[in-house]
Design a protein around this ligand. Structure first.
Ligand SMILES: *Cc1c(COP(=O)(O)O)cnc(C)c1O
Length: 746
């Protein structure tokens, strides 16, 4: 009874005991009680994001109303709110969903009650006082628009894996009621941005309550009035995510909009958002009665948090600033993601004084002393206050997000430790990974389930499990991949024709869009932020050569692009325009497409269905990158510059490398050399390997490479492995457990 639909499938066998039959009779006769029980169970499932990584649960929501499900951006609360309990029960009876609902509900309850977790054995010291994980964005699901891209998805994946491993962790972020913008392109291919108000009642959020049952609010005094926020709670499996929201009575109209948009506004908006996240976040935890044993600052946005923690410690224990600072730094972990000096937040003395002034009074610091904490040279009055510098100074554990990025970061901040050599700069690395259950296609999951040991999903960070990929029949792996590719093509066609319709194009164009792309052609995916260093247009440098690749009669190549440019990034928008307008060139029409409004949903479809995932950053600017990790676990092959995670992952058999892993003196030289290498690898390795078929029509060598890629990469670049590394190398020692320094600092 397989059905292939959007984003999930039937998961359970039909019940054999006739329960559904019995319940149907009951319900049709109008049993209000069981109807409301079923409704409440569905709501309970929808209100814990555990469902987002359980395809058997999302397929349940989808089966209630497949069309509305898609229209509502896969938001189960919005969907359920369109049903009365009675109508839901009738629909569930028609679709034979009762036992699936009951079973899913029971599994969620069991999951929440479980005590035998990995962390119970390996991170006992965190049991008393949890880790508090701070991030400016969380990418958890497409229906919760509080993320913009990679950093947010990384935070989302981090807390999902923390939940899976049972790590005692609470997360802190901001609630953006307009989120990041929705993208569409006008008839010139130029990006248009639209901000939509999110309906709070459709989100799985509830007011966060203090131990005495009152709604938690925080206040932060500035030199220029008080900033207030309320706090929301989202359940992400076993992890609680608290989001601060400045849209409250008592705030000025501007402050009520402070947290409306992610990365909107000017420097002043920025420092106020960061004040709320760091200082407000620590105050919120105190009001909630949570005393964290470890602070993890994911990127510099939250680096004010330790200052507030120091203030609380001084007050509680009665020690001076210096002593409190050492104590808090010992408990603080700081992760930096930005390999370019200009990418770090910096604020001038006036903004810092306006916002941190009252806190600095309580800390007993002069203005210059506070500014010094954010400067490489504390006495240099011309140097602004840098969030990364304060993060590094106030944390005992600091890390970059890949091996190569570790080297770049140590060099970049070596001046902070002038008495040390560059390799001894105390910044390690923990390479990013992805939450496998969120990104793995259901069909691949089923295939792995058949070949891997029972319960393997709990052990997905272990290499041994993944060696069993070699036991899969190559034909079966290939068929599964092709099923997913077909689903991707259906998705692309639907989207592209919708885009044409919205732009008001002719019926013929809309109709033609329903047939773009060729299911048999080698399909390359490129989707990410259109920041110029990611070089989405690298292949466009030699347009005739690209045309030859794409329109080859016997070995065609096609490319699916997606991605947003930051609203202020004019060059990035021009890159989008160049790519999107290829559709007007007959050599590329139907073979190169641009999908608008890149988000988690578009990403999931793309990484699950393409043959090749293309990644072309200008080395060494990609700190890690994670989209390629999502693609490889679904069987795509990674074709990438040796930058970020790929510099340590590529072994010659598990994908393709662009260039030879050197840094160039200038951008033009790098772009020229990398474009040449990219075409060369495509023409001489990727295309021939893909089209080399045996008598059964199977590309044997390609499939071998898929197996090599999955077995060597899936476990290593999983968020489970990443979180286990953070626990062992940072959280446990920071909480006062046995110390174990970070992996190779070479
Ligand atoms: C995974 C993901 C990213 C990160 O991709 P990179 O390869 O790091 O650029 C960005 N946006 C979305 C929506 C994602 O799902």
């Amino acid at each position: 009874m397989e059905r292939h639909m959007d984003g999930g499938n039937e998961w359970f066998d039909e019940p054999e005991d006739g329960t559904d039959e019995a319940m149907r009779d009951e319900l049709v006769t109008g049993d209000e009680l069981s109807a409301s029980v079923i409704y409440e169970k569905c709501m309970a499932l929808a209100r814990n994001l555990w469902w987002t990584w359980h395809p058997e649960v999302s397929s349940l929501f989808r089966d209630l109303d497949p069309i509305r499900w898609r229209q509502l951006d896969h938001n189960p609360i919005a969907l359920l709110r369109e049903f009365t309990p009675k109508r839901l029960a009738v629909r569930a009876a028609e679709m034979v969903l009762f036992s699936r609902i009951n079973y899913a509900y029971r599994r969620l309850k069991e999951y929440l009650a479980e005590t035998q977790t990995w962390a119970a054995t390996h991170a006992g010291v965190l049991g008393a006082r949890p880790v508090a994980y701070f991030s400016a964005e969380f990418g958890l699901h497409e229906s919760i628009p509080i993320y913009s891209g990679g950093l947010g998805v990384l935070s989302g994946d981090h807390i999902k894996s923390a939940s899976g491993l049972g790590v005692p962790l609470v997360a802190v972020g901001l609630f953006y009621d307009q989120g990041y913008f929705k993208q569409h392109l006008d008839q010139h291919g130029y990006q248009q941005e639209e901000y939509l108000d999110t309906k709070v009642e459709n989100l799985p959020m509830e007011p966060a309550l203090a131990p005495d049952g009152t709604q938690v609010t925080v206040q932060i005094a500035t030199r220029n009035g008080t900033l207030r926020a309320k706090v929301w709670l989202i359940h992400v499996g076993r992890v609680k995510l608290y989001l601060l929201d400045s849209n409250v009575d008592g705030n000025t109209p501007e402050d009520r909009e402070l947290t409306s948009r992610l990365y909107g506004g000017d420097e002043r908006t920025r420092i106020r958002q960061e004040l709320l996240l760091g200082v407000g976040g620590v105050r919120a935890l105190e009001a909630l009665g949570i005393r964290p044993g470890v602070l993890h600052l994911n990127e510099g946005h939250s680096a004010f948090a330790p200052l507030e923690a120091i203030r609380q410690h001084m007050k509680r224990v009665g020690v001076p600033f210096e002593e409190a600072m050492h104590e808090i730094a010992r408990q603080t972990v700081f992760t930096t993601h930005t390999p370019v000096p200009a990418g770090h937040d910096r604020f001038g003395g006036e903004l810092v004084e306006e916002h941190l002034g009252p806190l600095r009074d309580e800390l007993g610091l002069s203005h210059d002393q506070l500014m010094g904490l954010g400067r490489v040279e504390p006495q240099n009055g011309a140097e602004p206050f840098c969030m990364t510098v304060v993060g590094l100074k106030l944390s005992r554990y600091a890390n970059a997000v890949s091996n190569l990025h570790g080297r770049i970061t140590r060099r970049m901040w070596a001046n902070l430790w002038p008495w040390r050599s560059e390799d001894e700069v105390p910044i390690g690395h923990i390479t990013n990974g992805v939450h496998l259950p969120s990104w793995l296609a259901w069909q691949m999951r089923q295939l792995y389930d058949r070949h891997f040991p029972a319960g393997w999903i709990r052990r997905m960070g272990e290499p041994e499990v993944w060696q069993l990929v070699w036991n899969i029949d190559p034909g079966e792996l290939w068929e599964t991949h092709n099923t997913l590719k077909t689903l991707l093509l259906a998705f692309v066609r639907r989207r592209v024709s919708r885009q044409c319709r919205r732009r008001g194009e002719s019926d013929e164009v809309v109709e033609a869009a329903r047939n773009v792309l060729n299911p048999n052609a080698l399909t390359i995916g490129f989707a990410r932020r259109f920041a110029t260093y990611k070089r989405a247009t690298l292949l466009l440098r030699d347009i005739d050569r690209l045309a030859r690749l794409v329109s080859s009669p016997d070995r065609p190549v096609q490319i699916i692009f997606a991605g947003k440019a930051h609203p202020k990034d004019e060059p990035g928008k021009q890159y989008i325009q160049q790519v999107a307008n290829l559709r007007h060139d007959p050599r590329f029409a139907n073979r190169v497409v641009f999908i608008e409004d890149y988000d988690i949903n578009v990403c999931r479809h793309m990484v699950q269905g393409v043959d090749v995932w293309l990644n072309t950053p200008r080395r060494p600017l990609e700190a890690s990158g994670t989209s390629g990790q999502k693609a490889v676990l679904n069987g795509a092959l990674h074709l990438s510059v040796l930058d970020g995670w790929w510099a340590e992952a590529y072994d010659g058999t598990n994908g393709f490398a662009i260039g030879s892993g050197v840094n160039y003196a200038n951008d033009e030289a790098a772009d020229q050399a990398d474009a040449e290498s990219l075409f060369d690898v495509l023409e001489n390795q990727v295309v021939p390997l893909f089209y080399d078929r045996d008598v059964d029509g199977l590309p044997r060598q390609w499939i071998r490479m898929m197996m090599s890629s999955i077995s060597s990469l899936a476990w290593r670049f999983s968020a489970h492995r990443m979180v286990m590394d953070y626990v062992r190398h940072c959280y446990v020692p920071a909480a006062g457990g046995t110390s174990c320094w970070m992996p190779s600092r070479r």
